[in-house]
Design a protein around this ligand. Sequence first.
Ligand code: ADP
Ligand code: MG
Length: 367
Amino acid sequence: MKYLSRLKPNQLKDKICLLRLDLNIEDEKKDNFRLQSILPTIKFLTNRGAKVIILSHRGRPQKTKNLKLKTKNCSLKPYVKILSQLLKKPVRFIKNLNMPNILTSDVNILENLRFSVGEERNDKQFAKKLASLGDFYVNDAFAVCHRENASVAVITQFLPSYAGLLLEKEIKNLDSVMKGFKRPLIVILGGAKVSDKIGLINNFLGKADYFLIGGAIANTFFASQGLPVGDSLYEPNISNILTSDVDRLILPVDLVIHQRKILDIGPETIKNYQKIIKKAKTLIWNGPMGMFEDKRFVKGTTAIAAAILKNKKAKIIIGGGETTAALLKDKNYKLKTNVFVSTGGGAMLEYLAGKKLPGIEALKRLA
Ligand code: ADP
Ligand code: MG
């Protein structure tokens, strides 16, 4: 794989870069973490005299019955203002691919790629048309690397292609817990669904010293053991996940229950988990310990986050949309260099499951 970070200024000057970013951010005014994470690559390029055309999708524009595209809240136009403020530079909007290709600004944003059907079909002709806008391509959208879409996958057939600064950081950090990691390796798993995370569980079953389980995932584990879970959120049709390696899968010993629902881990469980977290040399955390959006059930998640961040020796990887939101809510958290917060979400889960991601494979094929 080729990395943007290795390119010399003279390889970038006066060139046009097609830069795939992830601007699929639900609340662009609040999610500062993901916005900040894309700025270094834009600056790297423009500081070296390249012009940038940002490619991204946003939301799921859908065809209505009369084949009109429902585009409400899907336009990338709001990012013109947001990015120009963050970059302190004018940013221009390119409404469609047929607009004349004269770039008057250093930074340009092409409208939502999913307004064209070719994007999600990984369509060659569409990718070729995109490629004709620039001199080279940079993928800095780790969060969409698991999608076989034109701007992520097939586009690398048409232009010299590189991994951006954020993608490089994601790959290096995630690789560091996949092999050559220090023990004990602790995986903390919570959140909504086991089925989203089963790949990660399977990949780490043979590697992790302990899995600490919380969130609705714990409910599914309880139910699979035949324990009653009342009206709790759980997945009924997942069986046999717990039958192997039970001694390394640690489940809550007490719970916060409200209206027949298990909604958080209890104080004894927090203590148990804190002890184990303290000893970790490598740690992966995905998924909140409870329904943290409700203040009454946030304690488990906050306590586990604090315990994790207290461990200054371990290599720590944290990821997942809600997990990151829960972590970054508390402004007092200062993330140390031993902590990496992934922007990956679903892509991170697939990467940690050991799967090959189309976006990364597409960059490798050309190396
Ligand atoms: P992430 O996005 O970090 O990977 P998930 O999407 O798997 O996390 O799960 C996050 C959601 O799980 C949160 O909205 C949270 O409210 C919910 N959740 C966690 N524990 C419970 C529980 N015990 N009951 C109901 N919902 C829960
Ligand atoms: Mg989620």
